[in-house]
Design a protein. Sequence first.
Lengths: 631, 280
Amino acid sequence: MLFVVRRVRSIISRIWHKLERTVISKELSYVLAFSRSLKSMRINDSTPFFYPFDPSKRRTTPVGTTILCSNTVDYSVVLLSDLNDIKRTIRRNCKLGFRVHSLILITVIESFARRHAKYFNTELLYSEPVSLRDAIQKLLFYNALFWQAGHWHVGLGRLDFVLNKYYLNDLEQGHITPDGAKMLISEMLKVLNKDMKEKSGEISGDTGQYIIIGGIDEDGNAVENELTSVFLNVFKDYDKPDPKLILRASHMSSDTIISLASETILSGKGSPLIVNDSVVLPSMQSFGYESKDVYNMGTSACWEPLIIGKSFDQNNSLPSIVALKALDQTIHFPVAFETFDALLSSFLDNLGKQIKSVCHDISFDCSPLYSLFFDDCIGRSKDYSRGGAKYSFHGLQIVSLPNTVNALLNIRRFVFDNQLFSLEDCVSAIDSDYSGYEDIRQVLLRNDLRFGNPHSDVVSLTRVITQFVDDVVSSLQINGNKVKVGFSSPNYINEAHSFPASLDGRHKGEPFAVHISPVSDGVDLLEIIDFASFLDYSNCRINGNVVDFIIPPAYQSKPEALASIIRTALDKGVFEMQLNILDYDTLVDAVKHPEKHSGLIVRVWGFSAFFNDLPDEYKLVLITRAKAYAS
Amino acid sequence: MHLRVSNIQRGCVFDGPGVRTTVFLKGCNLRCPWCCNPETQSVSDDLFFDQDVCDQFRESGSRLCTSCKIKGGDRDLLNCPFCAAENSSEILLEYQLYEKLECDFPLFRHSGGGVTISGGEPLLQIHALNPFVRRLKKNGVAVCIETTLFVDTQVDELARQTDLFIVDLKLQSELGLIDNPEYYSLLSRNLASISNSGSRVVFRLVYLDSMYDCFKSIISFLRKIKVDSIELLKAHGLAKSKYTRLNLPFIDYSVKDSSKMMLFISMMRESGFAVSLLSL
């Protein structure tokens, strides 16, 4: 009899799953899978806040759809949310399909919360918190659910802006002190960090858990409050690589905050990344975000701008475009180029084709859960990823731009201007990975005109390329919407693995340059800042453009000097900046004796990680850069 | 007027207040054997020449070397595609030098920094330096001069325009200046001119191992010129490759006995001198 019951259950389950896949909407299927996930998860009650995330039971993205990544809900909306209100609005205004799965989802959340009422005050689902502690708890509750629902790189947004009123309220009531706030923030970070490995992408630390501080409010006033300083101070002493901090800064930022940011950077945790509001916000507006929304700029997992609470922007879902590939195709073309301009024109043509080949529509996972909180899903009765979100501007990324610019500068100087060797010689050199052509390679490496040098020849060539890219991308769409492009990419190692040698002197398989940074020594921090400030970030060119540099040892004992440099970089007009503290000897020793450096944190493409957790090739890139920049 | 410039280094934080651009002028009347900028010593055109780079490709038979003068061709060394040779200085008109520095004026404002003129011995080019400094000051740029003051010239005009002098005291026994009346005379006279102008002065001393044994004569000299505060710089041997490329003999003067250096500092402090050790 028992056997029969089990058999019947198994058959019903198979039929149900088949129905889910074929008949039931994707959104309802999501809700049912999410519900199963919540029912089967194990609760960890050892954390200072209730954080219902069990990575082993999280909902998996259906086959054939792309994971929703790098999204940031507006936690001020989450904190104000009342599930009863949301239910009423949905019942009153939404179409049937959306109504059904959304109401079931809310019931699932409510049931889950009630089941764990001993850890979580369920009243928070229906009211705005009063205290800072409750605000953090409500934020973490929903944050955990976003992860549990199978979304990745779940950002935290502007927490000094969002949490300040609760902190002030507590202060007024005498319920908290600044040290108490620091402790709560530290505990929040610990909870978020708890599952760092399980939340990480390819490399441990790459969780997308960023916290933004600074920026402006709806009225254009600088956001700088006590919590801004608290976050910076907490991160100065924080001994984990994740979450990470981003500072939105501009000429309005106070000296206090810039100095504190400088000290935090020098503590070696790789945070904060600096976003230049004065450049990024106008650029976002010129691209197409509404002026009334850009104040609430956030980023994807690393640095790609979007609007918190309104963006479904998927800023790095497609493969990066390898600019060197277009050049490789050009120089292998069996036609002689009479002039450098002819070669450049052919390169750009190939680059355009490459960009168009990478750019295509994407079938994304849905998210009824995000749809409860993102504008304008409920209003439109549409899922977050199916037209519900106000903005769906997805992004492309270019990798190897510095290598490409250097290669083109070399071709111009040595092949066309000085006629030192021919293009055929160059092709032979790279086809043999410079075997037998070390002399050519050394010449290529010694061109003083190189990416990052603010010389007009370098800047103008770079601008020609980036303008062309912008022109091409402007004509493209992804899923019916405009597309952004950025010149920073996480794929400087992955895409380079199998890529042949290149005419910047790079050997086959050697990593590409990192973001907007010099390929080797010979360009210092002030030069790269000048160079980056000469580039054009208007129109589509907003999907992340990070000056990435290793701070010279001289500045490490002079935080005020670094603060001045950051201030100057903002004034001059860099887009974004991330600064690493790397000591060559320490890194080499960490490879030989990892046990002595278990706490060593380094900045990788847009996140921080324990050095010991990195794959060897990433360690080597950092060591090579540390050595080059130290010279 | 033109200036012979050896190097321009941006982002310096140990050459005066704030973040500065340091301009290294060519030419010096001393030959300190521990000098870390040997390319600035001679007033004539030196070439940096990397023999290893030259040998590497010439001996490997690279066809890129066939037209080089060394192989009997007509290509000047400075046009070597491997950059085996490079000039150690360039001549710049005063306004040309100014234009090269303008990009950092915003940084100077933010950091309280400015331009430091070092060398070599900048006072050897004082006639070209005066109008250059005048231009800087007219545009609100703070100026610091790093000098030994061991030059027989009128510094009054320069001193009136200079915010800070970093005086590199040459009290090392290797030079023999500590007992040289001319050194004391020129130093005192120039210090007096600077004092009359109101410029600030900071005194620096490069510490060598030999100085420990000359402690008494050093403090005696300092008292004679009424100096009670110095910045100490530990000598290093990081310039070795420069010496090699200039075909100059290199002697490693880097400090071998750091504990004696710390003892030297303690003794100075106990003798009433304020000493700060600069770590570069």
